[in-house]
Ligand binder design. Structure first.
Ligand code: BG6
Length: 492
């Protein structure tokens, strides 16, 4: 058997894309609640009203909205995250389906504004606390270990309105208070935690030609999140020494497009800026040497105190977790054949297949990433997201045949096996959107990742009925064999 005993097989979701109930149970709004749906070719829009009362719907601006403007839900727009796929009202049914597949773990996130509706409330929203308690108890009923992301892109809107997005120190205390509340409330129910989902996106997804002001804000935003994460790790360990707290990095595997030494160097810099910058701070407890070079490139000067550096040093994570969807070829040469997704773009790689959304499917890249990262940090790894966003067709008899999804997972699980055989300490695998959720990038429903289909379309129409796709039965078999049986067969 390749996979270690107790390997955490499971699936992953996030509150803003799955939970719904956006204005129920005392929850406050988050930025995703003023974000419309988009498509693969048209961006999602953030809606707001300017100081003269005029409505606006524009792609998210890293510098925020103009002074005096107010985020707002506007008539005539559809906001897919409001209802999402309604875990809020379906959690018992959904968890029973995860248990049927044999999950050992289930990754979900807590919506910060369900616990602290404005982010800065004196006391937490008890109804929100009790909601998640019921969810965790339900998971425990089936011996499913919750793996909880504390922040998955959903800062309370009231804080963004007041301060801008992670632009000031006030965020650190607010986040730490929120983390302390949930560590305390769910002690004994939750042991595995992730501080920030895909923390590296803030800088990694900025175009190289973004202004110095945009980079200044982005690096500062990250610094406050590093300190918040490190303090949360320390408090989480104090509250329960059993807690295992991880970072979560968007793991793209970069390759040089040519063997031009300039491309080799450029590729290394991509890894440093995009992947290692955050991983090094969170796993090694200090900024890497190359940080100064990155800041200088964009004339960035950061607000970093001596105490921040002490906190970062004392708040190293216990495990490195990451999402992995694709590799990308990068070059210093001109190219007009650009492909990509997840806000990140590279040159078309002739050795790659691309998904309908332009994501370069590459299982070998997963093996490369696992081995590279384990060598650098030597702490346990979890793949907390991996999957294929694809169109599904429901047949007349209600069945859903998704051999392309099975093929995708088979190759990625085989890549995991190779990396484990080569000595890396991989302890878990949670596939993304194990039940269909709203796409983060496009806001679509038609881009589906799930083993479980949810009857809901891009306009929010549908019965919300859950059905098992073929991949549901296949993944169930894979888990039952602990990753040993990956052939095409499955029993319905
Ligand atoms: C990751 C995010 O970037 O990719 C998820 O952590 C997201 O929230 C996932 O859903 C897939 O992206 P998309 O755009 O296909 O939903």
């Amino acid at each position: 058997m390749t996979f270690p005993k107790g390997f955490l097989w499971g699936g992953a979701t996030a509150a803003n894309q799955y939970e719904g109930g956006w204005n129920e149970g005392g929850r406050g709004p988050a930025l995703t609640d003023v974000t419309t749906g988009g498509t693969v070719n048209t961006p999602r829009l953030v809606t707001w009203i300017d100081k003269d009362g005029n409505p606006h719907a524009e792609p998210e601006n890293p510098l925020g909205i103009p002074e005096g403007a107010k985020y707002a839900v506007l008539d005539g727009y559809y906001y897919p995250n409001h209802k999402a796929t309604d875990f809020y009202h379906h959690y018992k049914e959904d968890i029973a389906l995860f248990a049927e597949m044999g999950y050992k773990t289930f990754r979900m996130s807590i919506s910060w504004s369900r616990i602290y509706p404005t982010g800065e409330d004196e006391t937490p929203n008890q109804e929100g606390i009790e909601f998640y308690r019921s969810v965790f108890e339900e998971l425990r009923k089936y011996d499913i270990e919750p793996l909880v992301t504390i922040w998955h892109f959903d800062t309370p809107l009231a804080m963004i309105q007041k301060y801008g997005d992670w632009t000031c120190r006030e965020y650190i205390d607010a986040y730490v208070k929120y983390a302390k509340t949930i560590f305390t409330e769910y002690k004994g129910l939750v042991k595995y935690w992730l501080t920030f989902n895909e923390i590296n996106n803030t800088v990694n997804f900025l175009p190289d030609n973004a202004s110095d002001e945009v980079f200044q804000k982005a690096y500062q935003h990250l610094h406050y999140q590093f300190v918040a994460s490190a303090k949360a790790v320390q408090i989480g360990h104090e509250i329960d020494p059993e807690n295992k707290i991880g970072c979560m990095i968007c793991g793209i595997c970069y390759y040089p497009f040519t063997c031009d030494p300039q491309d080799i160097l450029f590729n290394r810099y991509k890894w440093e800026k995009g992947i290692f910058y955050c991983g090094d701070v969170q796993c090694k407890g200090k900024y890497p040497t190359f940080a100064k070079k990155l800041w200088a490139e964009h004339n960035v000067t950061l607000d970093i105190t001596e105490q921040d550096l002490v906190d970062i040093a004392n708040g190293c994570v216990d495990m490195y977790t990451f999402s992995y969807y694709m590799s990308q070829a990068v070059t210093t040469h001109e190219s007009d054949d650009i492909v990509g997704g997840n806000m990140s773009f590279g040159v078309r790689n002739p050795y790659m297949e691309y998904s309908d959304w332009g994501w370069g499917v590459d299982a070998t890249g997963l093996q490369y990433y696992l081995e590279m990262i384990y060598d650098r940090y030597e702490i346990p790894l979890i793949i907390t997201e991996n999957g294929l966003g694809a169109y599904d067709t429901v047949e007349e008899d209600g069945s859903i045949h998704d051999p392309f999804r099975i093929e995708y997972y088979r190759k990625h699980i085989q890549a995991m096996q190779k990396a484990i055989d080569n000595g890396i300490d991989l302890i878990g695998y949670t596939t993304w959107g194990c039940i269909d959720v709203v796409s983060a990038g496009t806001g679509e429903m038609r881009k589906r990742y799930g083993f479980i289909y949810v009857d809901m379309d891009d306009e929010g129409k549908g019965t919300m009925k859950r059905s098992r796709k073929d991949s549901f039965y296949w993944y169930k078999k894979v888990i039952a064999s602990d990753g040993d049986n990956l052939d095409d067969s499955f029993e319905k």
